[in-house]
Design a protein around this ligand. Structure first.
Ligand SMILES: Nc1nc2c(ncn2[C@@H]2O[C@H](COP(=O)(O)OP(=O)(O)OP(=O)(O)O)[C@@H](O)[C@H]2O)c(=O)[nH]1
Ligand SMILES: [Mg+2]
Ligand SMILES: [Zn+2]
Length: 309
């Protein structure tokens, strides 16, 4: 079988990596109709079966996805937009300045990637600006829970080698708000790709390069890294409000100590999570974000489709 990895594309034409070479393959019409709920039927990271049709290569089948990063398409919560699939490492990028760390946003993605069982590291970039007490508190909070937090500076080449190591031989995705430095990190880990990254970027009115399209780049270290356009908000596709608690590791660990086995840790008597948050045993900002995300998922419970795997 001719198996190829989708790097980028739109509509019906996609650039794929086939036997180490990049080539263009078309999406077979029949595949377009199989996924009515999906905005993009094929995404970077998908493995596809390639067939030769005349002089053209066509994608005849999308192989089962190990995991996926999706969000509700902008124009309606009921359609899924798959940003990427088959991700080994998610590098969740934030920065300490312009923009500053937004833990509400980070915690949405962390819960989602936990649900998808994607190993996730938090990158705190632009540390050359200095880390404020507030950011330090967040960083320590995440480390206390068990997340790996990598403090980087592209400007001063700090910990870029760590990112290179992580991305070697696997498929990683850089995700985060616009302007945190995702494309800059990609450039820094593999200077050979500097030109390519800039080619796909376009100048915005502010005079900055902004990534417009998710694209998987092959690296010289044998890995692939997905650069994504900055996202402002992250809706959580396919997550029920009742299961959110399972995807906050520190909350999940405490749940067996709650009085009620089905405790949702919002206002129940005898809740071990509320007690731990009050006593400062789990980071307060995380618990506050849990409550906020819980409320959003609860309010939107009729909008999102239930699990449709
Ligand atoms: N001081 C400093 N500036 C940085 C660092 N990393 C990136 N920048 C700057 O931050 C700006 C945004 O960087 P990008 O790499 O385009 O950010 P991005 O996350 O790819 O943004 P989008 O493509 O819009 O999502 C650029 O002007 C970079 O030069 C850093 O470590 N330190
Ligand atoms: Mg970018
Ligand atoms: Zn509880």
């Amino acid at each position: 079988m001719n198996k190829a990895l989708v790097l980028y594309g739109n509509g019906t034409d996609y650039t794929v990596s086939l036997d180490g070479k990049e080539c263009v393959a078309h999406l077979k019409g029949t595949l377009l109709h199989t996924t009515k709920r999906s905005h993009h039927p094929v995404c970077p990271g998908d493995y596809v079966r390639i067939e030769q049709e005349g002089s053209e290569l066509v994608m005849a089948e999308i192989l089962p996805r190990m995991n996926r990063i999706s969000r509700p398409a902008n124009y309606g919560m009921r359609k899924e937009q798959v940003i990427a699939s088959n991700i080994d490492h998610l590098l969740l990028v934030s920065s300490v300045f312009s923009p500053r760390m937004n833990t509400g946003f980070l915690d949405r993605i962390l819960a989602y990637s936990n649900m998808q069982r994607i190993e996730t590291e938090i990158v705190v970039n632009k540390t050359d600006y200095g880390i404020s007490d507030e950011e330090q508190y967040y960083i320590e909070g995440y480390r206390q829970i068990g997340y790996e937090v990598i403090e980087t500076s592209v400007e001063k080449s700090i910990n870029i080698d760590k990112i290179s190591c992580l991305t070697s031989g696997s498929v990683s995705a850089l995700i985060g708000n616009s302007g945190v430095g995702k494309s800059s990190i990609l450039n820094a880990i593999d200077p050979a790709f500097r030109r390519k990254v800039n080619e796909t970027s376009s100048y915005s009115l502010k005079g900055k390069h902004t990534t417009k399209q998710a694209r998987l780049y092959p690296l010289s270290n044998g890995g692939f890294v997905l650069d994504t356009p900055g996202i402002r908000e992250f809706g959580m596709w396919n997550m029920d409000f009742e299961e959110l608690k399972n995807f906050f590791p520190e909350i999940y660990k405490l749940s067996s100590q709650c009085r009620y086995h089905n405790c949702l840790h919002t206002n129940e008597p005898g809740c071990a999570v509320i007690a731990a948050a009050d006593e400062g045993k789990i980071p307060e900002f995380r618990y506050e974000n849990y409550l906020k995300i819980f409320q959003t998922l609860y309010d939107n419970r009729h909008l999102y489709f239930k699990k449709d795997k």
